[in-house]
Ligand binder design. Structure first.
Ligand code: ARG
Length: 467
């Protein structure tokens, strides 16, 4: 080796500029891949043994050494060195320091290019699984609340204007649908993450008689990548994970926006519980919905990370380029952010109190049963467009008189349409309105309870058989 301690130092005469060393190092952030790196190295070493490329003594020393290194890292005794650039070379040189020449043989038939791709796939697979487990806990909390609020009436909005009454359970299940699709998206993404690049070496494959299937099986991959150039270079699985995460954060951000509104005294629909709110240093009366606000804010960084990763990839020719090192910080930040948000949300939800009376009072304002009146007229054989026009006039009259729809007398209603009978007052109630929407996907309490129970069953099964 030349005058420096680099594992690649052979062809160099001068040593690396210290600024370059700092610029080039990734160990400060990629050391979080140590576990995957060690598991990948052990699988690789065992495969080299089974293919007759390394001796059993060497492989035994390698595996023992790596296990010791894992322990040192976990006990925070390991000396990470920036001059060794990355997690791979830090571990490999520590191994050689421990076990001598056997350590130098570990890199036979592989490259850091297939090594990092392997590490990152293993890491994201693990993080995807724990994200999905946490998501299941959050979804369960939502669905539990939906069950108890299946017949709670609240205003449903379009354009943020009161539109039609809905049940609170229905609204909560809408959130669950969003999160359920996020879960499904992650599961789809998992299939494309779980493919082994190991053995593709630097870019072209290796001249050793390796067994790629063997390492894939040992590392729990479902198949091996079909093209070595693609396998060492593309980070679409990183982008896809981040895209799934961005969808999730957009959903959490929308939910957050509603929680912020609902907990404001102007709405007063919910109490978020003291444990997950903060006060103001100046205004003694304040109780702020910080979890919701911070989550809404954090969606920005996950979306930003996705843009960073897409931009990072778009100009890269085949095959591996060092640009790819820049994928770590954004994707790690995304992983940390989504897990934090999901967990805080899951912890907060069971403490949310629904203020049923306030929700119902709000649903009673804004003429939200006007559509029910129009539908009633249609049932009396009036074409829908005419019915719409008639009800529009009734609402305008009610606004002028300061009346709710059900406070208008039958005689007054007859001024607008003589097809209206006494039975109209049933359809004008909030309960009648929601109960009438009694089909799959509708807001009727019976349907909501049914949907919540079905969702709950699915989530229970998922929780007891995690991937
Ligand atoms: N730190 C690098 C990355 O994140 C590891 C692979 C480096 N390969 C190389 N030939 N320098 O992609």
């Amino acid at each position: 080796m030349s005058g420096q301690n680099k594992l690649w130092g052979g062809r160099f005469e001068a040593s690396t500029d210290s600024m370059m060393e700092q610029f080039s190092q990734s160990v400060q952030f990629d050391k979080r891949l140590y576990n995957e790196d060690i598991n990948g190295s052990m699988a690789h070493a065992r495969m080299l043994l089974s293919c007759g490329i390394l001796s059993s003594e060497d492989v035994e020393s390698i595996c023992q050494g790596l296990e010791q290194i894992r322990g040192e890292i976990e006990r925070d005794e390991f000396q990470w060195s920036n001059s060794l650039e990355d997690v791979h070379m830090n571990i490999e040189s520590a191994l050689t320091a421990k076990v001598g020449d056997a350590g130098k043989k570990l890199h036979t038939g592989r490259s850091r290019n297939d090594q990092i791709a392997t590490d990152l796939r293993l890491y994201l697979r693990g993080q995807l699984d724990s994200t999905c487990q946490a998501l299941t806990v959050l979804q369960t909390a939502l669905v539990d609340l939906a069950k108890s609020e299946a017949s709670t009436i609240m205003p449903g909005f379009t354009h943020m204007q009161p539109a039609q009454p809905v049940t609170c359970g229905h609204h909560l299940l809408a959130w669950n649908e969003m999160l359920e699709r996020d879960y499904q998206r992650f599961q789809e993404c998992r299939k494309r993450i779980n493919i082994s690049p190991l053995g593709c070496a630097a870019l072209a494959g290796t001249s050793y008689p390796i067994d790629r299937e063997m390492t894939a099986v040992e590392l729990g991959f479902s198949s091996v990548s079909a093209n070595s150039l693609d396998a060492v270079s593309d980070r679409d699985f990183v982008m896809e994970f981040n895209a799934c995460a961005a969808f999730l954060m957009v959903h959490l951000s929308r939910i957050s926006e509603e929680l912020v509104l609902w907990s404001s005294p102007a709405f007063d629909f919910i109490d978020l519980g003291d444990a997950f709110c903060t006060g103001s240093s100046i205004m003694p009366q304040k109780k702020n919905p910080d979890v919701a606000e911070i989550t809404r804010g954090k969606s920005a960084r996950v979306i930003g990370n996705l843009v960073a990763l897409l931009t990072l990839m778009k100009g890269q020719p085949l095959s591996y380029n060092r640009d790819n090192q820049e994928d770590k910080e954004p994707i790690f930040d995304t992983v940390d952010t989504i897990q934090l948000c999901i967990r805080v949300y899951a912890a907060m939800f069971p403490g949310v109190t629904i203020k049923r009376d306030n929700m119902k009072k709000a649903a009673a304002t804004g003429y939200s049963t006007a559509t029910d009146l129009a539908d009633y007229l249609v049932r009396k054989n009036i074409p829908f467009r005419d019915a719409h026009e008639i009800v529009g006039k009734v609402v305008s009259f009610a606004i002028q008189q300061g009346l709710a729809l059900e406070q208008i007398t039958l005689a007054q209603l007859h001024e607008f349409c003589d097809a209206i009978d006494e039975d109209v007052f049933e359809v004008l109630t909030l309960e009648g309105s929601v109960a009438a929407r009694n089909h799959i996907g509708g807001t009727a309490p019976d349907r909501v309870l049914e949907a919540a129970q079905a969702a709950g069953k699915l989530l229970d099964a998922r929780a007891s058989h995690p991937v």
